[in-house]
Design a protein around this ligand. Structure first.
Ligand code: GTP
Ligand code: MG
Length: 206
């Protein structure tokens, strides 16, 4: 527990790794909201989760494409934060990339898991590309609300930040019902952490 954090800061205090899933699993049938973290490999999904939870629970790495399982973290015994394997890593063998893509679509559209929110983590300097947009289409089709987490904002100067966020705003325009918000974020500095924490808590807390 971090005593230095100001008491008004949003906190998810009760956190534990539940399990890693590769296919059908009883955890998918549990009646707990799934809050999914998805995005390109190396966009910073695991770092965002660790920043949110205030602990180094999700494995981060400098080697993209490491996370292969769908990792379920139990939060406040009330919901699951779900870390999806990253997509779009160019050096991943095509067959494995395709398997991961299918696994992602299966989880989002066919697993029956009660998915209440998708956090699409993007490297803000790279914007959204092919599979990011496919993911927005899938979320749209499934009626899953999306918050775009514009991560690595610490790497932008003011001018780059404005340009990058303007470009991302177009994703909201193209999926107006689905994308609820574009949230500037830095897993390294903590920018946006409090707001994201509140968004997540609003899904499961009264
Ligand atoms: P996969 O699991 O391989 O899909 O990657 P991931 O999306 O989980 O990315 P991960 O959290 O492992 O982060 C990838 C790299 O980006 C690491 O070197 C992180 O330290 C770095 N990183 C993540 N978030 C930020 C951020 O907000 N700012 C900066 N500067 N670096 C970041
Ligand atoms: Mg990861």
């Amino acid at each position: 527990m971090n005593n230095k954090t100001h008491s008004s800061d949003c906190q998810i205090t009760n956190v534990e790794f539940a399990r890693g899933v590769v296919g059908d699993d009883p955890i998918l049938a549990e009646d707990k909201p799934n809050i999914v973290v998805a995005g390109r490999s190396n966009a910073g999904k695991s770092s965002v989760i660790n920043r949110l939870l205030g602990r180094q629970l999700a494995r981060t790495s400098s080697t993209p494409g490491k996370t292969q399982e769908i990792n379920f973290f139990s939060i406040d015994a009330a919901a699951y934060l779900v870390d999806l394997p990253g997509y779009g890593y160019a050096k991943l063998p095509a067959a494995r990339a395709e398997k991961l893509r299918k696994q992602m679509i299966w989880y989002l559209a066919r697993s029956g898991a009660p998915i209440k929110l998708l956090l699409l983590v993007l490297d803000v300097r790279r914007g959204s590309k092919g599979l990011d947009r496919d993911l927005l289409d899938i979320a749209s089709g499934e009626g899953i609300p999306v918050v775009i987490v514009a991560n690595k904002i610490d790497k932008c100067n003011q001018k780059e930040r404005v340009a990058a966020l303007r470009a991302l705003a177009e994703d909201v325009t193209s999926h107006p019902e689905t994308v609820k918000q574009v949230l500037p974020f830095s897993a390294i500095k903590g920018t946006g952490k409090d707001e994201l924490c509140k968004i997540i808590k609003s899904i499961y807390a009264n």
